[in-house]
Write a protein that binds this ligand. Structure first.
Ligand SMILES: NC(=O)c1ccc[n+]([C@@H]2O[C@H](COP(=O)([O-])OP(=O)(O)OC[C@H]3O[C@@H](n4cnc5c(N)ncnc54)[C@H](O)[C@@H]3O)[C@@H](O)[C@H]2O)c1
Ligand SMILES: O=P(O)(O)OC[C@H](O)CO
Length: 328
């Protein structure tokens, strides 16, 4: 029985998921790295640093000590992808479920999050929660649906029953790889869509980019063993559409800045929030090249992030590729 949920990570999404976990009044413990986040949640029932202005359920309590999570039945792991290995390594021999909620690939190892988590905590059962979910909407109870991917069906049903709220619907899957690839790739494609917006290339171009970006996601996913139905579901196409359509997305906003002619270094300097696509793009490009998977939009985003080409040059390069049949 999964009763007591803990959350690792006091950013916007960890805070919103704590709000979901505590939605029925269940005491929920959230570990945050920043003492000011711990203080703000415990004293003001708000996360003023990462989700300001959204009142939190008083059943959420914050701690700065990972050992306090020891009494939890399962943990939602909501650190940025590049920090997940180190943070999970701080848990003392965890042998209960971990629900991974970060969207990205580890730069150094080219691994997806479930592989990273398995290496950090080999005795933990791994689930992945991913889908079209802006934290600020979930935090105030607007309707949302996610993919909850876990190989063990009984565990999946138990986690789904615990996480489901009237306005928060998990859809079960056993395709962990597919759920992770959708979330990782869509962040890179959202940067590209932001570029289209910033450079004022028009709605037609954005729709074409979403569609051809989805073809790239599918080619890469199928090559890594994902199922097509997962990539076309909430954690893939659903999240791609959300993130490519709104300035609420940090990745889209980063791309918009690039499209307006600003340099990536300037846009990424000193930011406290995470735009995962900037970290995933280079490792995704390397992984695709190693498997012989063609991902020209991902390569274009990499070139922009590294300031190797101008927006006009990458657009010209994409538009002058040889004509081909539609499909994946
Ligand atoms: N915000 C959303 O709407 C949303 C929705 C779904 C998934 N996600 C995913 O959730 C993950 C976390 O994003 P977020 O939006 O909650 O973060 P955020 O941008 O709101 O906050 C940044 C987070 O990074 C953490 N951090 C910074 N340096 C760190 C370090 N050295 N070690 C460990 N942690 C460090 C901070 O403590 C903070 O929790 C990302 O993978 C993101 O893609 C976010
Ligand atoms: O703000 P972004 O671009 O990190 O997107 C947030 C979520 O992943 C949307 O599902």
């Amino acid at each position: 029985m999964i009763r007591r949920l803990g959350v690792i990570g006091g950013g916007a999404w960890g805070t919103a998921l704590a709000q979901v976990a505590a939605g029925g009044g269940e005491e929920t413990l959230l570990w945050a790295r920043e003492p000011e986040v711990v203080g703000s949640i415990n004293e003001a029932h708000e996360n003023a640093a990462f989700l300001a202005g959204y009142p939190l359920n008083p059943a959420i309590r914050a701690t700065g000590d990972l050992a306090d999570l020891g009494a939890c039945d399962a943990l939602l792991v909501v650190t940025p992808a590049q920090h997940m290995r180190a943070v999970l390594g701080g848990l003392d021999g965890w042998a209960r479920p971990l629900i991974l909620c970060a969207k990205g690939m580890e730069e150094a190892s080219m691994k997806l999050m479930h592989d990273v988590a398995h290496e950090a905590q080999p005795n933990a059962a791994i689930a992945v929660l991913s889908g079209p979910t802006f934290a600020h909407e979930v935090a105030i109870g607007k309707p949302a649906a996610v993919t909850l991917a876990v190989e063990d069906r009984a565990l999946g049903e138990a986690l789904s029953a615990r996480l489901a709220r009237p306005n928060f619907r998990p859809y079960l899957s056993d395709d962990v790889v597919g759920a992770e690839i959708g979330g990782a790739v869509k962040n890179v494609l959202a940067i590209a869509c932001g570029v289209v917006e910033g450079r004022r290339l028009g709605q037609n171009a954005r729709a074409a980019l979403i569609s051809r970006g989805f073809a790239e996601m599918t080619r890469f996913g199928l090559a890594r063993g994902a199922r097509a139905e997962t990539l076309a579901g909430l954690s893939g196409l659903g999240d791609l559409v959300l993130t490519c359509s709104s300035e609420s997305s940090r990745n889209f906003s980063l791309g918009k800045g690039l499209g307006e002619g600003r340099a990536a270094a300037e846009l990424l300097a000193d930011r406290r929030t995470v735009a995962e696509g900037a970290h995933t793009a280079p490792v995704l490009k390397r992984a695709a090249e190693a498997m012989g998977v063609d991902m020209p939009i991902v390569a274009a985003v990499c070139a922009l992030l590294r300031s190797e080409a101008s927006v006009d040059e990458v657009v010209e390069a994409l538009l002058s590729r040889p004509l081909r049949a539609e499909g994946f």
